[in-house]
Design a binder for this molecule. Structure first.
Ligand SMILES: N[C@@H](CCC(=O)O)C(=O)O
Length: 332
């Protein structure tokens, strides 16, 4: 019997009351989120689903999309072509910074910051804008396992106010990283960010990566297995904004977050985890999300560099913790 269902209920109760952080406001539509929303979803590579809270609440995927579009660009181009255009170095800078692109590298540092993600969108193949969008949606559908759609008001909101992203795109054009279809590339980028998901969908997408690119329920291949390693590497080093180093140190799970309040984490060959809570910190990470991941990592020894000898069997908690959980949940 797994302890996981009880443990995530406990984490939900423990952190539900935490109301630090604020709603993302630079995309006007995101301020309409309910700050109380909170969900934890876990999907194992066998397709078993454990979840608690508002796991069916819809929101836009935002930066978490970057992971999956990067995988698609790897398939459309190849590793070496991508590396010429987009690096794999963490920046330590805010995700939407223009500084390093202009000053140092003349190519985006990595595909998880906006400069790199816009460059990635520019590498997606298709005969025209509609074809590219349709291919992108088909890719997301393979990960999620059901039909997908774009939140038009969020897309329009970002398109109308995304001046910083437009500035990044112009710099990318100047450095020869993207061609001059700037508005078309930005539209594709804003559309990928406005994909509608819920927490369960995110966990399924993460579980698909954990399962070497195969959706655990539909058994469809969402991305070629040879690219999963590349995707997880950039998640591990660059996925958590300018908190990526501390995250790798404290949590040790390849992850990506988005300003709508989601965080996805991948436990290779085991499970995908998603937490959703729209109150974010100054770096863009969900406050409750970070806490939940820290506790899950500690409790189940999920840090990549936990010694294999010390790792407890996945989904079982220690006797001491069981007592704490029982007390909090009122069955002890
Ligand atoms: N669409 C957002 C994504 C931000 C995020 O989630 O990090 C932007 O480009 O600014």
């Amino acid at each position: 019997m797994s302890d996981l269902p009880e443990f995530i209920k406990y984490l939900y109760e423990k952190y539900r009351v935490l109301d630090d952080g604020s709603l993302a406001s630079y995309i006007p539509e995101l301020t309409k989120a309910n700050p109380d929303w909170f969900a934890i979803s876990i999907v194992t590579k066998e397709g078993e689903v454990f979840q608690v809270g508002d796991s069916q609440e819809h929101f836009t995927i935002q930066s978490m999309s970057k992971v999956f579009v990067y995988g698609m660009a790897l398939e459309d181009q190849n590793r070496e072509i991508l590396l010429e255009k987009i690096g794999v170095e963490p920046t330590g800078d805010p995700f939407n910074s223009v500084i390093r692109l202009d000053e140092n590298s003349k190519r985006p540092d990595n595909p998880m910051v906006n400069a790199g993600a816009i460059a990635t969108a520019g590498l997606i193949k298709g005969v025209n804008a509609t074809d590219k969008l349709n291919r992108l949606l088909a890719m997301f559908r393979r990960y999620i396992g059901h039909d997908v759609f774009i939140d038009a008001p969020v897309f329009m909101s970002e398109r109308a106010t995304g001046h910083r992203n437009r500035a990044l795109a112009n710099l990318l054009l100047n450095f020869g990283i993207i061609d001059n279809n700037i508005e078309e590339i930005l539209d594709l980028y804003f559309q990928q960010c406005a994909l509608v998901v819920n927490c369960q969908d995110l966990a399924m997408m993460a579980a698909t990566l954990a399962n070497r690119g195969v959706n655990p329920i539909t058994n469809k291949q969402a991305v070629k297995p040879c690219y999963v390693r590349d995707i997880l590497s950039v998640m591990h080093t660059c996925g958590m904004y300018n908190y990526a180093g501390e995250w790798a140190y404290r949590v040790g799970i390849p992850a990506k977050s988005g300003v709508s309040g989601g965080i996805i984490g991948v436990i290779p060959d085991k499970a995908g985890i998603a937490v959703f809570s729209p109150l974010i910190d100054s770096k863009g990470n969900s406050v409750r999300g970070i806490k939940v991941f820290e506790d899950l990592s500690d409790e189940f020894d999920l840090h990549l560099f936990d010694s294999p000898l010390e790792k407890c069997s996945f989904l079982e908690i220690s006797k001491n913790k069981k007592d704490v959980v029982s007390q909090v949940m009122g069955n002890g």
